[in-house]
Design a protein around this ligand. Structure first.
Ligand code: AMO
Length: 444
């Protein structure tokens, strides 16, 4: 753009001056000969008024419809006293249009931008519906979460790495992989960067990644996606899994601080609260948690190897009531139910030095200390019925010296959804892939 473009969020600094702005038409209102429209750009919104005495601009303003992209040269005027809107950042000013250039006309919209849509319609029209203030707020918050993850871990001596998404064998020896045809061979899409982040501990000691991962789970729930973003870190030279829990707590604290500093308006729009992250997040062993569920909620799930969604909701309710915390760690799941690389707690045989982190009713993280000795790892693979030969590439990391280490995988979309009070994790996913949809519905 040749003329210098002023951002709409900066218009206040240009009161009384002529400026050029550019953006999308939000809504248009005609009052007799006066044409009003709101123009929005990445920084905000402003009311533009086109008067008949600037004939050409007035004509183009009359043509413009929602989502047309315009460049508008105009004068920044104070609004008449009784027209001031105190709720809007630019509510005390308006731009009097002197010249309008249409950068792009839009076809008629399928619905008004302010329309309340069901989730399917919202997803069908994502290139359009992502432009709503609500969607913009969700994905701004998500970007701040990722930035805080990077900021915190980098400050703690972690190095970011990119994990492969195409792998020869299942990343964790479990099921649920998508198969890919690979030059006449069978490959898989990674279900997690797990094995690679462990290998990377051998190289860089402390690493993290923000990876897309793929789960061929035939779930159709408000918490499952078939492609999601996994915030992973892995750290060497730990004493046990509690070092990993402390590092995750440190990240969550910085995240909450950055959200408070930069996303107050987004949380207000979504009517949700930024959580306070306690100095030490409360922690219960699974068996303690199950006892509490029995005592407090009258349901006996003692001896079950895992928590059901309802149990997770109850435990979060309990943590909020008892400890004033939106977060609670549950540790020591039965080893038999955890992945092969998980370390057993010698002080509590049969149980894992691992944990889940629950937040506002849902599991957002799995983490653990890992087995770091080669022979023990080979034996653990065999115990799970997995063939160590298939893991020979990964096992080299352990063959050639690996420190005690551990880490986590945190589901970005679940965290975002729970932070913002969204009912479905798909609302916290830019382009969700589920059983029935890759952008468009796979079957009607
Ligand atoms: P796990 O399989 O428990 O652990 O996944 C870790 C976290 O990822 C999120 N998550 C999902 N989010 C959306 N849709 C899904 N289908 C889905 N599946 C998982 C959850 C979950 O807590 N390698 C280990 C992590 C580790 O030990 O470091 C792992 O992947 O928030």
């Amino acid at each position: 753009m040749q003329t210098e473009r002023v951002l709409i969020g900066d218009l206040k600094k240009h009161s009384g001056k002529e400026v050029t702005i550019a953006g999308w038409v939000d809504v248009r209102r005609d009052h007799g000969k006066l044409i009003f429209f709101d123009l929005r750009d990445r920084s905000g919104k402003v009311q533009v008024v086109a008067l008949p005495n600037h004939a050409e601009a007035h004509k183009l303003a009359g043509d413009a419809r929602a989502e047309w992209v315009l460049q508008v040269k105009g004068k920044v005027n104070a609004r008449p006293e009784k027209m001031v809107n105190k709720d809007e950042a630019n509510g005390a000013l308006e731009l009097e249009a002197l010249e309008i250039i249409v950068l792009s006309a839009a076809k008629e919209l399928p619905f008004e931008q302010s329309a309340e849509l069901n989730l399917d319609t919202y997803l069908d029209y994502l290139p359009l519906t992502l432009r709503t203030p609500r969607a913009q707020a969700i994905f701004k918050v998500q970007a701040v979460i990722i930035a805080a993850f990077r900021e915190f871990l980098t400050s703690q001596g972690f190095t970011e790495f990119q994990s492969p998404k195409l792998i020869g064998e299942d990343a964790e020896g479990g099921a649920n992989t998508f198969e890919v045809e690979y030059f006449g061979h069978k490959a898989h899409l990674a279900t997690s960067p797990q094995l690679y982040k462990q290998i990377m501990v051998g190289a860089l000691e402390r690493v993290f990644s923000t990876s897309n991962v793929y789960r061929a789970e035939k779930h159709s729930t408000s918490r499952h996606l078939n492609e999601y973003t996994s915030l992973d870190f892995e750290m060497g030279f730990i004493a046990d899994h509690t070092d990993v829990m402390e590092t995750e707590t440190g990240f969550l604290q910085l995240m909450a601080q950055r959200l408070r500093e930069t996303c107050a308006a987004e949380f207000a729009l979504l009517k949700s609260d930024i959580p306070t992250v306690p100095e030490k997040i409360p922690s219960l062993k699974l068996r303690e948690a199950q006892k509490i569920i029995k005592e407090e909620y009258g349901v006996d799930c003692i001896n079950e190897p895992d928590l059901e969604p309802q149990h997770e909701r109850w435990l979060c309710e309990y943590a909020a009531k008892k400890f004033g915390s939106d977060f609670i760690f549950i540790t020591h799941f039965p080893l038999a139910k955890r992945p092969f690389y998980t370390m057993e707690d010698d002080a509590d045989p049969g149980y894992a030095k691992g944990f889940d982190l629950l937040f506002r009713g849902i599991e957002i993280t799995t983490g653990a200390q890992r087995i770091h000795e080669y022979d023990a790892l080979v034996a653990a693979l065999a115990r799970k019925g997995l063939n160590p030969e298939k893991f020979a590439f990964y096992l080299q990391a352990f063959k050639y010296g690996m420190p005690p280490h551990g880490g986590i995988g945190l589901g970005l979309e679940r965290l975002t959804a729970k932070l913002l009070g969204l009912e479905n994790v798909k609302e916290a996913t830019l382009f969700p892939r589920d059983l029935n949809r890759i952008d468009i519905l796979l079957s009607k």
